[in-house]
Design a protein around this ligand. Structure first.
Ligand code: ZN
Length: 262
C-alpha cells in the first residue's frame, strides 16, 4: 500500500510541477525577465526541482528567482536584458541535477541543491548591486582596477550584497528544512569568491575596436566589434557561473555524505 501510495503521489506531483513551472515561466517572460528560450529552460529546471525535490525545494528556487529579478529592477538602471537559456542553465542546471539525484533517493542532496542556489544568488546580487552602487571594481587577488561590471572584479557594495544574499538563501533553506542555514550561506560565499577568481583569471575578456572599452562580451555596448585581449575563448560569463555553482554544489554534496553534518 505504501509503495503504491508513493507512486500515486509522485505521479500527481510531476504534472503539477510542470504546470506550476509553466505558469511561473510564462509570467517571467511576460514581465520581460526571460527570453523565449530562457523561459523554456526555466520550465525544465522548475519541473525537475518541484517534481523531484518537492514544493519546499520549489519555494527556495522561487525565492532565488524573485530575489534575482528584484535586484535587476533596482534604480538607476531598472531595465535589465531578458535572461536567455544559457544564463538560466548556468544558474539552475546544478540545482536541477541535485534535485534529480535527490529524487532517485541515491543521496540526500538538499545541501548540494541549497549550496548551488546560494552561490547563484550571491553572485547575482554581487553583480547587480556592485554594478549600480559599487564604483570601480578591483580584481580579487591584486586589487587591479577594472571596468564596472567586468567579471573577476569585486566591489565592497557587491560583496556585501552577495554575503547578504547567501545568508538569505541559507535562512530560507534552513526554514524550509532543506539544508543547514550556516553551511548553505558559507557555500554561497565560497562560490561567489570562486566566480570572481575564475572570472578574473581564465574568463575571456575583450576590448572594443572602436571605443577601447574592456568588456566580457563579443560585441561592445556601442555596437562595434571587440577583440579578445586575455582569457580562454570558450570561458564566458555563463561558463564561469556554471563552474561556481557546480563547485558549491559539490561542496554541499560532500557535506551531505553520512557523518559529515552535525
Ligand atoms: Zn565600444
Amino acid at each position: 500500500m505504501t509503495a503504491l501510495g508513493d507512486v500515486l503521489r509522485s505521479a500527481a506531483c510531476w504534472p503539477a510541477a510542470l504546470v506550476g513551472s509553466l505558469l511561473a515561466s510564462v509570467l517571467a517572460w511576460r514581465l520581460g525577465a526571460l527570453s523565449a528560450d530562457g523561459a523554456a529552460a526555466a520550465v525544465a529546471v522548475g519541473t525537475v526541482v518541484a517534481g523531484a525535490g518537492g514544493w519546499g525545494w520549489a519555494a527556495l528556487l522561487l525565492g532565488f528567482v524573485a530575489a534575482a529579478s528584484a535586484a535587476s529592477a533596482l534604480p538607476p538602471r531598472p531595465q535589465a536584458p531578458r535572461r536567455n537559456a544559457r544564463q538560466v542553465l548556468a544558474n539552475g542546471l546544478v540545482a536541477a541535477a541535485a534535485a534529480w539525484l535527490h529524487g532517485l533517493e541515491a543521496v540526500s542532496a538538499g545541501p548540494a541543491f541549497a549550496a548551488a542556489l546560494s552561490a547563484a544568488w550571491a553572485d547575482t546580487w554581487a553583480t547587480e548591486f556592485g554594478v549600480r552602487y559599487g564604483g570601480r571594481p578591483r580584481r580579487l587577488w591584486d586589487r587591479k582596477p577594472l571596468e564596472p561590471g567586468a567579471s573577476g572584479g569585486i566591489t565592497a557594495a557587491g560583496t556585501a550584497a552577495g554575503v547578504v544574499a547567501a545568508v538569505c538563501c541559507g535562512g530560507l533553506a534552513g526554514a524550509l528544512g532543506i539544508a543547514p542555514a550556516g553551511w548553505t550561506a558559507a557555500a554561497g560565499v565560497a562560490g561567489m569568491l570562486l566566480d570572481s577568481a575564475v572570472g578574473g583569471a581564465v574568463q575571456a575578456h575583450y576590448r572594443c575596436t572602436a571605443c577601447g572599452r574592456e568588456t566580457e562580451l563579443t560585441r561592445c555596448g556601442c555596437g562595434a566589434r571587440t577583440r579578445r585581449v586575455r582569457g580562454l575563448r570558450w570561458v564566458d560569463n555563463d561558463a564561469t557561473n556554471l563552474l561556481a555553482t557546480a563547485a558549491s554544489g559539490a561542496l554541499g554534496l560532500w557535506w551531505s555524505l553520512p557523518g559529515r553534518l552535525p
